[in-house]
Design a protein around this ligand. Structure first.
Ligand SMILES: Nc1ncnc2c1ncn2[C@@H]1O[C@H](COP(=O)(O)OP(=O)(O)OP(=O)(O)O)[C@@H](O)[C@H]1O
Ligand SMILES: [Mg+2]
Ligand SMILES: [Mg+2]
Length: 549
């Protein structure tokens, strides 16, 4: 039936704005901002249900299962020789696992449906790595083969700066271990830590990195099929890398994509529901990943919101702040029709992406150069400081000798310390402190700081460092062991060279100090100072000093 026309000769419906279907409004309301501080279990995908438990044979209780390797065995599809993983440290007779013998586990980085990932330090090269260990033991030979496929996939990926670098894999006691480069965090963790959505320049940077990583895969006919923020990793220099190749499919492999599994539904391309696996599916998942982190949006797992996103409808209340260039890139990546969807090569040829890539390369090389320069400056400064202090020592000795002093002469700059050095007060300095303090060699940045906080009473004026004080007899420092701890410690910064020099000349004496504590009197927290003891020789020296005055 024809619509009644109005005075303009048009059907009334054509002049009114196109009505938005009610379900769109409902769906838009269903999009929400990402929730912060979610517990780990919320962010993790559910573990696959255990379908069976390993059969326990009562008839042959000790039967060795072919797929259960009690000894560590290297897993590689490039060199399919079954051999123990190469390590000089591993000793089979110790009975401990290869992992325990060769790695120091530092902390758990995360957990996925396949494995738990640990931050480890290799005892062989002392470098940090990530080791993923399967959460459950192999349930049989087919389960083992299925899990080992992740190793083959990693090996197929090879090396690329935007793909997580694989080191090696091994199996032991029905568990698979994968050693990879360590990354700072996943993109999911990174974006959840931020109070706001990622700033546009970072979104461009990450887009370039991930497109380069994806190009590397697609050029090798590999489909990732599980791209999501939890499977994108960030290196310590801020470079994004694709990781977790557990669901990867080789298009030219024997299965030809027949074994492909869908990944997380939130990032899944719509054509996967029809069983059509192609490179376009990865582009869609990458688009969803970028949409999530750039808009700080909680992606729906299903329902109307899920459908709308797969019909090319981007929620404007989230995307309105995005730069138009980036919105164009996103729309091209999220095209509902996989045949019309942008390819990685097309995206990389876009002027906006090329501009972002040029900027990215520039900033990365500047960052690299600055890092190197900074490291070199640090090294140079440290070397200069060491050389300076190395020369200072003979110089101080020469100065002492020129003054015609005794062997144990102190440097001229700290008379009070030397005065007390020859007195009979005790010293609390141990050998370590002597080594460092004598010539004040600058500590390495990693050296622990000594905590020498003074809590005691104020010094009497006559014990303070003062130019008026008479220079004591240098010869009286013949018993440096008894240098005053009180004074030496309190005035440590000012008088260190003197006291420590004295002490250094007789380090063996320092070691023989009785450990009686005089911390109460000195007030230093870490002072474990022997009680003062006036030896006859010191008393005589003091009388000498007084008589000289
Ligand atoms: N190389 C790495 N460096 C730092 N953290 C990592 C690394 N590899 C994994 N992780 C952390 O461990 C988590 C789980 O790792 P991964 O995704 O590889 O496990 P999975 O069991 O295969 O997960 P999925 O369920 O996605 O298949 C990651 O989300 C990340 O937080
Ligand atoms: Mg994962
Ligand atoms: Mg995985």
């Amino acid at each position: 039936m024809p619509f009644p026309r109005d005075e303009m000769g048009e059907a009334p419906l054509t002049r009114t704005p196109i009505p938005v279907p009610t379900h769109f409004h409902h769906a838009e309301q269903s999009f929400s901002l990402k929730k912060r501080g979610r517990s780990l279990c919320y962010t993790l995908p559910p573990r696959p249900p255990v379908k069976s438990i390993p059969p326990i044979s009562r008839i042959f209780p000790n039967r060795q299962r072919s797929w259960s390797q009690p000894r560590p065995q290297s897993v590689s599809f490039c060199t399919p020789l079954t051999a123990p993983p190469a390590s000089k440290l591993y000793d089979l007779s110790k009975g401990e696992t290869f992992f325990k013998q060769c790695f120091q586990s530092i902390c758990k980085l995360g957990r996925g449906s396949f494995g738990e990932v640990y931050k480890v330090r290799s005892r062989e090269d002392d470098c940090l790595y990530a080791v993923k260990r399967s959460v459950s033991p192999f349930r049989g030979e087919s389960d083992r083969q299925r899990k080992l496929q992740e190793v083959r996939k990693h090996e197929r990926v090879g090396q690329h700066p935007n793909c997580v670098h694989f080191v090696r894999a091994w199996e032991e006691k029905s568990l698979l271990y994968l050693q990879t480069e360590l990354c700072a965090c996943s993109l999911q963790q990174y974006s959840e830590e931020l109070p706001n959505p990622l700033p546009p320049h970072q979104v461009w940077n990450f887009t370039c990195d991930l497109l380069r990583g994806l190009k590397h895969l697609h050029d090798r006919n590999l489909l990732h099929l599980d791209i999501k923020p939890a499977n994108v990793f960030m290196s310590f220099s801020g470079v994004c890398k694709l990781g977790d190749f557990g669901l990867m499919v080789e298009l030219d492999g024997s299965d030809g994509g027949g074994e492909a599994q869908e990944g997380d539904p939130r990032y899944m391309a719509p054509e996967l529901l029809d069983g059509m696996f192609g490179k376009a599916a990865d582009v869609f998942s990458l688009g969803m990943t970028l949409l999530e982190v750039s808009c700080n949006m909680e992606l729906p797992k299903g329902g109307e919101g899920w459908q709308l996103l797969r019909q090319g409808h981007l929620p404007t209340e989230f995307t309105s702040d995005l730069p138009p260039d980036f919105l164009k890139v996103l729309s091209a990546m999220l095209d509902p029709d996989h045949r019309r969807r942008a390819t990685v090569d097309w995206l990389l040829s876009l002027p906006s992406i090329q501009r972002a890539e040029r900027w990215r390369k520039l900033t990365l090389s500047a960052q690299w150069t600055l890092g190197k320069l900074f490291a070199m400056c640090q090294m140079l400064l440290w070397l200069l400081a060491v050389v300076f202090h190395g020369f200072r020592r003979p110089f101080v000795w020469t100065m002492c000798c020129m003054r015609g002093a005794d062997d144990a002469c102190p440097p001229p700059s700290s008379p009070v310390a030397s005065r007390l050095g020859d007195s009979s007060f005790c010293s609390d300095w141990d050998d370590d402190s002597l080594g460092d303090e004598v010539f004040e060699v600058p500590p390495s940045p990693l050296a622990p700081l000594r905590n020498l906080t003074y809590h005691g009473p104020e010094f009497p004026p006559n014990l303070r460092h003062s130019p008026d004080l008479p220079r004591p007899s240098l010869g009286s420092t013949s018993t440096p062991r008894n240098a005053s701890p009180d004074y030496g410690m309190r005035r440590r910064s000012a008088l260190t060279p003197n006291v420590s020099r004295i002490s250094q000349e007789s380090p063996d004496r320092v070691r023989t100090v009785s450990p009686g504590s005089c911390s109460n009197s000195s007030g230093f927290e870490d002072a474990d100072v022997p009680r003062s003891s006036f030896l006859p020789r010191n008393l005589l020296n003091m009388f000498d000093d007084v008589s000289e005055q």
